[in-house]
Design a protein around this ligand. Structure first.
Ligand code: ADP
Ligand code: ZN
Ligand code: ZN
Length: 818
């Protein structure tokens, strides 16, 4: 009998690849284990076993696997099913899902090793100098890595040397795979076994009288041991004895001390929380909770629509508590930017070390540990709080999924594939596990709210803020009128200026929101009207005053601000529009005594950049915080009484069918940061268009009104939620070829889908990093099978790729594009 396995490779292949295995391997392998397999000419990949069987592949001769990498599966059957669904639904390959789903340390990479060819007879004089250096090094070391060779010959490009050595039969190359994950080991010390008896010890101490430093170390070790039975870290001993590493090392060398290692999780929770009593809910929260349970009993996902600061988080806490009391795992999904230490800290107060965190700021080692803890159902990963990728963790007893801020567009992965929507994929995952699923938001997405209205989801609501705190008072300010009456100070209307003055006088804090970073989005010559463009993208460069630079926010290109216009030579460059940096600058002159800080992509780089600003603001070291949408999410500041929205128009004028919904959500969320305690908060919204429907709805908290109007418009123009959409993007560096290719594809689509195909059209930024872009939008009525449409598109892609000049045009599918 022959044995085979189908393997998922972490690359975009349409099909799984089949390898042959022997009977012993067949007895050991089960789906979800990793194997190292050869692929192509010399590559070795980490693959995932999908199926073990006896059917030889028809189209090729199955190769043998290189080796088995796991004793037990690291991926479970729930995941395999879920990933398969993601690949099919979002039109990508299983391999792409696999690659993005597991921590990269699981995808062992192959590395080229250089070995001496022991069979060859080598004459030293036949070797050139650099060749000889490598040859000589291989006399002392059995193998060399590429970077080692590089430092031996002291040069980056070592391919010529290696090629010559191969021709001369001196060396062999070998692909070796290596493990990236290394468990963290902590070094401890204890007294050498020999000195455990009192008698020996006394002699030791008297021997050491001539080495006072060493005897100090030994005494310190005693002291530490007397206080606690815990193992003693080398660093602790250093501190306690005041001796240097060298002294301790000397004692180890004399075998008076012994070093040993203990494996330690990087993701250990060090705090002492976990004993905080879960708060008892008020009547509105209780009502919501019982509605949630009703929905769960009907086996439906439930949408919790609760205004900002209504106590949704405390309701989640109740559900999580129930879930873990039943011995099940809970997943708390949040958009990346809302994952703050504030919220994590709050959950840890209740659940202590049962809480694990999983997101992109975690390094790969930490991710592996969380993965393994979930896989082995460790109690320290019973509650996972994480960003969208935590959907891929190896849950086996998932009792509850909470999707907080469910309306957030950033739940949709944009690049690379799989371009999945974490909320939707989470619902599918929850259904596979039979888990309870709760979606929460103060401003639900139109699609979720519609699902709740039509009974597909359950609905629970909290319409009041917790503790009778009033919703903030929202005032719209007409910038047109203010300018006409000369009431503007820079970008501040008189109203906003006076309110800031007031708040500062009262010692309260202020948040100012502007959705652009940098100083000004456009620099323009007032003589000839030309504005500097990015050489790689079709977009104007943004001016950053702090560095006197023009920067591209799409590709990172930057250049110094020119002294004069590069088109006409006039020194008449002026800025148009404004970003967070300019707001901050103006505050410095308007309120010189206030402490002002800025929070945007430019000030929050680095692992703790974001946290530092939040902590400083919490501790009231900052009076005014200016920021982009980063400051809208998941933050609870006690002392903020005023929120200013510098310019609402830039949000309204987006060429996107969701712009109005998004504007409503964003402004409501920012406004929700104001007045979270007894004093009623105030929000000032500046706009040239204060009578815009969306602004009126936002200022009167009219979510229903916004929902009805948006739903009507979407229906008129055949957009989601009544229709589905697939955006197809074409990408190529040659403008003409791209146009021709996209046109061809659109024509093919129209043959079967007729009026439901829009485009091809250029996106607002039609070239990024020197690649031209064109989009086709396919609208699919809910009555049509989306599966059928996708198959049709895939078939068309095959014919497309058969046309030689089109083959190099990249096609990107974005299903349910948001
Ligand atoms: P949301 O998540 O809806 O924005 P939060 O859960 O953050 O609201 O609640 C707002 C504030 O009210 C928080 O400071 C929270 O601790 C407090 N709070 C909410 N519910 C309760 C409760 N049942 N008992 C005591 N305090 C509560
Ligand atoms: Zn000019
Ligand atoms: Zn650019």
């Amino acid at each position: 009998m022959e044995y085979f396995i189908d393997v998922v490779l972490p690359i975009p292949l349409e099909k799984l690849f089949t390898y042959s295995i022997n009977q012993i391997e067949a007895d050991n392998l089960v789906p979800g284990m990793r194997v190292a397999v050869p692929f192509g000419k010399s590559k070795i990949y980490t693959g995932l076993v999908h199926r073990v069987h006896n059917e030889a592949p028809q189209a090729y001769e199955a190769k043998e696997i290189d080796r088995i990498l796991d004793e037990q599966p690291i991926v479970n059957p729930f995941q395999l099913k879920h990933w398969q669904w993601i690949a099919e639904y979002y039109m990508c390959t299983f391999g792409e899902v696999f690659r993005s789903a597991v921590p990269s340390a699981f995808l062992l990479e192959s590395e080229t090793l250089i070995l001496l060819n022991t069979e060859a007879v080598i004459v030293d004089s036949a070797l050139e100098d650099d060749e000889f250096l490598v040859f000589e090094a291989l006399q002392h070391q059995s193998s060399l890595k590429v970077h080692e060779v590089s430092s031996i010959v002291d040069r980056k490009n070592i391919l010529p040397v290696l090629n010559r050595l191969i021709e001369k039969n001196v060396i062999l190359l070998k692909e070796e795979i290596y493990e990236q994950y290394k468990p963290k080991l902590v070094k401890y010390v204890q007294l050498g076994k020999e000195y455990l008896s009192e008698e020996k010890l006394e002699t030791l101490l008297s021997d050491l009288t001539r080495a006072p430093k060493q005897s100090q170390v030994v005494l310190a070790l005693f002291q530490l041991q007397a206080v606690s039975k815990k193992p003693i870290k080398v660093t602790e001993l250093e501190q306690e004895s005041g001796a240097s590493k060298a002294v301790i090392k000397a004692l180890v060398n004399k075998q008076i001390l012994e070093e040993y290692f203990i494996r330690k999780d990087r993701v250990d929770y060090e705090g002492d929380g976990g004993d905080e009593e879960v708060k008892s809910l008020n009547e509105f929260q209780e009502k919501a909770l019982s509605d949630i349970h009703k929905g769960f009993e009907d086996k439906k996902p439930v949408l919790l629509h609760g205004v900002t600061s209504s106590g949704k988080t405390e309701v989640y806490v109740k559900l999580i508590e129930d879930c873990i009391n039943k011995g099940k795992q809970a997943l708390y999904l949040l958009p990346e930017i809302a994952l703050t230490t504030q919220l994590i800290g709050r959950l840890q107060e209740y659940f202590g070390e049962k809480v694990s965190v999983y997101h992109s700021k975690y390094n790969v080692q930490e991710r592996v540990e969380v993965w393994n803890n979930v896989l082995h159902q460790k109690s320290k990963a019973q509650v996972v709080i994480g960003a969208r990728s935590s959907l891929f963790l190896p849950f086996s007893k998932l009792g509850l999924i909470i999707i907080d801020e469910e309306h957030e567009g950033s739940f949709k992965q944009f690049d690379p594939a799989p371009r999945y929507h974490a909320r939707d994929a989470a619902i599918v995952l929850g259904n596979l596990h039979g888990s309870q699923i709760l979606l929460g938001s103060a401003t639900p997405s139109i699609e979720s709210y519609l699902n709740a209205k039509t009974g597909k989801y359950g609905l629970a609501e909290i319409k009041r803020r917790f503790g009778n705190v009033l919703m903030p008072e929202i005032e719209l300010v007409d910038l047109k009128e203010q300018s006409r009456k000369k009431r503007m100070k820079g970008h501040f209307s008189e109203r906003l200026f006076l309110e800031i003055e007031d708040a500062l006088r009262e010692g309260e804090q202020i948040i100012l929101f502007q959705n652009r970073r940098g100083y000004a989005p456009i620099v323009e010559c007032t003589t000839c009207g030309v504005s500097p463009q990015c050489p790689n993208c079709d977009v104007s460069l943004t001016y950053h005053q702090y560095k006197k630079q023009l920067r591209c926010h799409y590709c990172g290109y930057h250049t110094a601000l020119p002294e004069s216009c590069q088109a006409c030579g006039s020194p008449t460059l002026d800025t148009k529009g404004f970003g967070t940096e300019q707001v901050e600058k103006e505050l410095e002159t308007l309120f010189p005594d206030a402490k002002t800080w800025r929070m945007d992509l430019d000030t929050t780089r680095g692992k703790h950049g974001y946290e530092k600003i939040i902590t400083a603001f919490e501790q009231q070291e900052i009076d005014i915080l200016v920021g982009t949408q980063m400051l809208t999410k998941g933050l609870d500041f006690r002392n903020v009484s005023l929120v200013g929205i510098m310019n609402a128009d830039s949000l309204l004028n987006f060429p996107d069918y969701r712009a109005h919904e998004r504007c409503f959500q964003l402004l409501t969320q920012v406004a929700g940061r104001a007045g979270r305690t007894q004093k009623r908060g105030k929000v000032i919204v500046q706009s040239y268009n204060p009578y815009h429907q969306i602004l009126t709805q936002m200022s009167t908290n009219d979510y229903e009104g916004m929902f009805k109007e948006q739903l009507y418009e979407r229906e008129q123009y055949k957009y989601p939620p009544r229709n589905r959409i697939i955006k197809i993007t074409f990408k190529h560096k040659d403008y003409n070829r791209l146009n021709e290719a996209a046109e061809w594809f659109a024509k093919g689509l129209r043959n079967s889908l007729a009026g439901n195909v829009l485009g091809p059209e250029y996106p607002p930024v039609a070239r990024i990093r020197n690649q031209y872009l064109k989009n086709i939008l396919v609208k699919i009525p809910k009555s049509t099978s989306i599966g059928g449409v996708k198959k049709g598109i895939k078939r068309l892609e095959k014919s497309f790729n058969a046309i030689a000049p089109y083959r190099s045009v990249r096609i990107i599918y974005n299903v349910d594009h948001v």
